[in-house]
Ligand binder design. Structure first.
Ligand code: GLN
Length: 307
């Protein structure tokens, strides 16, 4: 297959939607991003990479970070993680408080904000916020093969300043005894992981282990293990886009994770990973043009997991 032509075509298909949707404004630093940005990277398991548009420009990865924190937290605590967070689609917006009351402080899944904070808490464990962040950054740098991956401190500060609702979620979870660390420590890791800046190429490269049964695709070195990898992919498929997860599975049919910075990471099991970025979001905070590009990519390659 001429993958470069397919990636170019996927980007052209999304062109009509470039700049459409709403750039995340609940975090003021994200609101200043140019809504016209559009990039796509496809990285195959042997590392061959095909890019189009703004695929090398770093953006705020936001909730895509949880895919990686979840991988690390599972390494730390294994199946005990599921005592603290569920595995069920929420059908609710990312920052919903409502279900937390009936669910007694146990978030439905690791990909909604409250669940992501529980994952951060488990990653911190008996260490501290600084150690957990360093572990996450080291992991991303090693997986992406790029030492320069950093937290965008301006976004982190803005996220913290505008973080009343996320803090409320963490306090609420904590009130049920479901956080072992102080709320301030947990939200500090959460805000900083969301504020990591990476490009489409870096994110797709970093996620390759998820396409190769949890091993480094090129060296075969174990990263996560096949069983945990399968479970992360199942959660990405069912919960990776909040109350938009069903629609994403229907249209694209790949395990994916969207972030409110406009990125969407998609894993093509056995084949590789793709990442698209376009800051304009739909009502459920999934990139509008980004989903169109992935839809075309899958139509042209037949890569839906349901084929
Ligand atoms: N911290 C971000 C927020 O609260 C992350 C959400 C996301 O990327 N979906 O909006």
């Amino acid at each position: 297959m001429d993958y470069q032509a397919i990636v170019d075509e996927a980007l052209s298909a999304a062109e009509t939607y470039r700049g459409h949707g709403d750039v995340a404004s609940h975090i003021p630093a994200l609101a200043t991003v140019n809504p016209k940005k559009l990039g796509l990277a496809l990285v195959l398991r042997d590392g061959t990479t095909y890019c189009a548009g703004d695929a090398d420009e770093a953006f705020s990865i936001q909730s895509i970070s949880t895919v990686f924190t979840l991988s690390l937290a599972l390494q730390h605590v294994g199946g005990a993680l599921w005592n603290h967070v569920g595995r069920e689609a929420s059908g609710s917006p990312l920052n919903s408080l409502v279900q937390l009351e009936s669910d007694k402080g146990k978030p439905r899944n690791p990909f909604m904000n409250a669940g992501a904070m529980v994952v951060c808490d488990q990653l911190i464990g008996s260490d501290d916020a600084e150690t957990a962040m360093q572990e996450l950054l080291d992991f991303l740098r090693e997986r992406a093969g790029e030492d320069g991956i950093m937290v965008d401190e301006r976004v982190a500060m803005s996220e913290s300043k505008a973080g009343a609702l996320n803090r409320s979620l963490a306090h609420y979870v904590s009130s049920f005894g479901n956080l072992r660390n102080p709320v301030d420590e947990v939200v500090s890791v959460y805000f900083r992981q969301c504020s990591i800046a990476m490009s489409c190429r870096q994110l797709a490269t970093a996620a390759l282990y998820l396409a190769c049964d949890g091993t480094d695709c090129r060296t075969g070195t174990p990263v996560l293990g096949p069983e945990r990898t399968r479970r992360i992919l199942a959660l990405m498929l069912t919960c990776g886009h909040y109350d938009n997860s069903g629609d994403f599975a229907f249209r694209i049919g790949l395990p994916g994770k969207s972030g409110s910075g406009g990125g969407i990471l998609a894993v093509i099991p056995g084949v590789g990973a793709a990442c698209v970025w376009s800051p304009g979001l739909n009502a459920a905070r999934t990139s509008l043009a980004g989903a169109v590009a992935l839809e075309r990519l899958v139509q042209r390659t037949g890569w839906s997991v349901f084929v």
